[in-house]
Design a protein around this ligand. Structure first.
Ligand code: ADQ
Length: 494
């Protein structure tokens, strides 16, 4: 769904003649700037694509009305590098994006998979757009797939693509899907407005990956209940349906640990000091951090409530502990997100009004997007990080914090229902984010933990995060793809 590089044209209009001029090697006809990949998956897949070559197909977010011909969607990325790959964008109308992305993906699938069926808001036209855009992606894949290609589809925006490709791909092709968010229980999934269709859609894949075993098990249970014609082999975690065979795999995604470590070690005091200056942080304070998209699954209001309780219970920490909450606005325009933003800002103001002084803030709140160097500087300097989503497929921030804590001196407070708890659970301080008194106690525990315990927990977490690093996860996924091409029983047309 996401593109790794975004090209911004300084000029608002893209005429044929300007484009011709550009293609003829006169880039000065236009001023183009390229955003590098940020965060998580796109940043992680980019080096893999650079190493292997190939084609990345994505929605051309941000430039819909600027490109005029079909040919235009093909660019080599990264710019000016020897190890390039091809980026092909699907230019979608605003209406299409509103339907398949804001609508079906984020107002139906996202709340449903995060156990919030109460927030599902379904419009039949959104489903029509979801099908249509998924068909467009499938068509683009069909056009560019070579014999024996490995095709790897990411995430819940593209759940129907596999079924549109069964019978349509060259021989030897393997089709994998990785589903980055949780999979719900059958009782919750029952309210999915196209439940059977989505399950059958995903069963078009040879390999279907989830972060956790529990998500794969729930998927199997849903198939069992809603696709009775499917044959399920529970011990092999394999499902046969209508001529296809799908293998379910569970492997938690990791982060590029070496990169975070390198950046953390290369960081300097000046960067931290300038952050303190910019946000009015007292550099002598103990620091806690939270880094999240502004999403109702991330448990930000609950965290702020626990912080309020903590400052109430422990007046001695007022003036010497500051919590830095970075919340990136996301999916604005969807009512549940707009309401959440208002709620979070009000809670921050309340904390400030109750405890803040002329020289100290209990919470520093920013919606700025920070460059990764600043993010890493914060991770490294923080005495504790709180990742307390109410429900979260994996959560990469928890692992980024650990990878950046090269001094072994940070504590991770981690919600029990964050996917990362399955990986880091024994060494983090686990918390039920809805239990405010317990949560406030955990914050206190983190701040008063002995240095030796902090070190031993962080060292253990660093080992785990390194073992699960992105490279290992990628290797494992690609290995699954390589192992499974012949299981599908595909019936290629040519
Ligand atoms: P997300 O819900 O987006 O991902 P997460 O895993 O935490 O959640 O990844 C967010 C990424 O964005 C991190 O790499 C973080 O550093 C970055 N980021 C956040 N705010 C930022 C800011 N202001 N500036 C720069 N970078 C910022 C979904 C699922 C997760 C799953 C991932 C990957 O919801 O559960 O872990 O996909 O599978």
């Amino acid at each position: 769904n996401r593109q790794p590089y975004r090209h911004q044209w300084a000029d608002d209009t893209m005429s044929e003649s300007k484009f011709e001029s550009l293609k003829e090697g006169n880039p000065s006809a236009l001023s183009i700037s390229v955003d590098e990949p940020t965060g998580g998956l796109t940043a992680g897949l980019d080096p893999v694509m650079r190493a292997t070559g190939g084609t990345w197909i994505a929605w051309g977010d941000g430039n819909a009305d600027r490109v005029v011909t079909d040919e235009d969607d093909c660019v080599a990325v990264p710019p000016d590098a020897d190890d390039q790959y091809t980026l092909r964008r699907l230019w979608l109308s605003d209406e299409a994006v509103d339907g398949y992305y804001a609508g079906l993906s984020n107002r139906v699938l996202w709340p449903l998979c995060h156990d919030r069926p109460d927030l599902v808001s379904f419009r039949p036209t959104d489903l029509a757009w979801y099908r249509r855009v998924n068909r467009q992606f499938a068509a683009a894949i069909r056009t560019h797939a070579t014999p024996n290609a490995g095709i790897w589809i990411q995430d819940y925006h593209l759940g129907l693509v596999p079924s549109y490709l069964v019978d349509e791909l060259p021989p030897g092709t393997t089709l994998g899907v990785f589903w980055h968010i949780p999979w719900p229980t059958p009782d919750v999934y029952e309210s999915c407005p196209f439940g059977r269709e989505l399950l059958v859609g995903l069963l078009g894949a040879d390999v279907l990956g989830f972060h956790l075993e529990s998500y794969a098990t729930r998927f199997l249970e849903c198939v069992d209940r809603f696709v009775p014609s499917a044959q399920i082999d529970r011990s092999e975690r394999a499902i046969r349906h209508d001529g296809t065979a799908t293998k379910l795999v569970a492997s938690p995604m990791g982060v590029d640990t070496a990169n975070y470590e390198r950046r953390a070690r290369a960081g300097n005091r000046a960067r931290w000091e300038s952050l303190c200056e910019r946000y009015g942080i007292d550099p002598t304070c103990h620091i806690g951090i939270g880094v999240d998209r502004l999403d109702y699954t991330k448990g930000i209001p609950e965290r702020l409530e626990a912080l309020e309780q903590f400052f109430e219970n422990h007046p001695d920490w007022r003036g010497s502990f500051t919590f830095v909450q970075k919340a990136t606005p996301s999916r604005t325009g969807i009512p549940a997100y707009d309401r959440l933003g208002d709620r979070v800002r009000r809670r921050v103001e309340r904390l400030q009004a109750r405890f803040g002084t002329d020289t100290w803030q209990p919470v520093v709140y920013t919606e700025d997007i920070l460059p990764v160097e600043d993010l890493v500087a914060l991770y490294r300097r923080a005495d504790l990080a709180i990742v307390s989503s109410l429900c979260d497929g994996m959560n990469l921030v928890a692992q980024e914090f650990v990878a950046s804590s090269v001094d072994d001196d940070g504590v991770l407070v981690l919600g029990t229902d964050v996917g990362a708890a399955e990986v880091l659970g024994p060494h983090a301080l686990l918390v039920d984010p809805t239990d405010t008194p317990q949560f406030a106690d955990r914050i206190h525990d983190a701040l008063t933990m002995s240095t030796s315990e902090v070190r031993s927990r962080m060292r253990a977490m660093r080992q785990v995060v390194t073992a699960h690093r992105l490279e290992a996860w990628m290797g494992e996924q690609l290995e699954y793809l390589a192992q499974n091409p012949l299981q599908s029983g595909r019936r290629p047309k040519n």
